[in-house]
Design a protein around this ligand. Structure first.
Ligand code: ITT
Length: 194
């Protein structure tokens, strides 16, 4: 069974492949000759994941999944959410995004937040399935740590004394929003590929 992962990132595709048995083959967009930019113009993380998966399924006609992730801060009404990558502008600069976030939280006592990953999967017959992974935590007053990417230096997961950026990749991957969503997808694919 061949399944497309709607990403241009071959490393992401390899990571998922390693979680799956050999009868399921994960192909990224490049290896399928899909080079178009997909416009992520949804108003939610879920919508964007579905937009990406549908665009690729419509073109390639094989089972396909796409992921989208955002950071939701409760006292900011869920911001940056679907705008996480370009919170401080189209240059998608993580430092500027974190600076804007810390600025917007100045003076607020509630700093609770969650990372959310949504994976949209479209099966052979066009049916849609959605898998969600959440990591709860809070936004720190200041950046801490050098690992990871994006908002990791300002996010401390619930039950831990370290920010995501102070954890090793393996530690973060055990508890992350992305890992949880992919575990759900993988267990679905395993039980539906016989
Ligand atoms: P693709 O859609 O091309 O995969 P993207 O940059 O849009 O890449 P995501 O949808 O996965 O990436 O994430 C949106 C933004 O949220 C991303 O730019 C980061 O700033 C942030 N982000 C996502 N996952 C994160 C994580 O695990 N830790 C910290 N920040 C994260």
């Amino acid at each position: 069974m061949k399944i497309c992962f709607a990403t241009h990132n071959a490393d992401k595709a390899r990571e998922v492949q390693e979680m799956l048995p050999a009868n399921i083959e994960i192909l990224d967009l490049k290896s399928l000759g899909f080079h178009e930019e997909i416009e992520e113009n949804g108003t939610t993380i879920r919508e964007n994941a579905l937009i990406k998966a549908k665009a690729v399924f419509d073109k390639l006609n094989i089972p396909c999944f796409a992921d989208d992730t955002g950071l939701e801060v409760f006292s900011l009404n869920g911001e940056p959410g679907v705008f996480s990558a370009r919170y401080a502008g189209s240059q998608k600069d993580p430092e500027a995004n974190m600076a804007r976030l810390l600025g917007n939280l100045e003076g607020k006592t509630d700093r609770t937040a969650q990372f959310k990953t949504v994976i949209a999967y479209i099966g052979n017959d066009g049916t849609e399935h959605v898998f969600e992974g959440i990591a709860t935590g809070h936004i720190l007053e200041k950046k801490r740590g050098q690992q990871g990417f994006g908002y990791d230096p300002v996010f401390q997961p619930t039950g831990f004394g370290q920010s995501f950026a102070e954890m090793s990749t393996q530690e973060k991957n055990r508890i992350s929003h992305r890992a949880k969503a992919f575990e759900k997808l993988v267990s679905y694919l395993k039980s539906h590929s016989q």
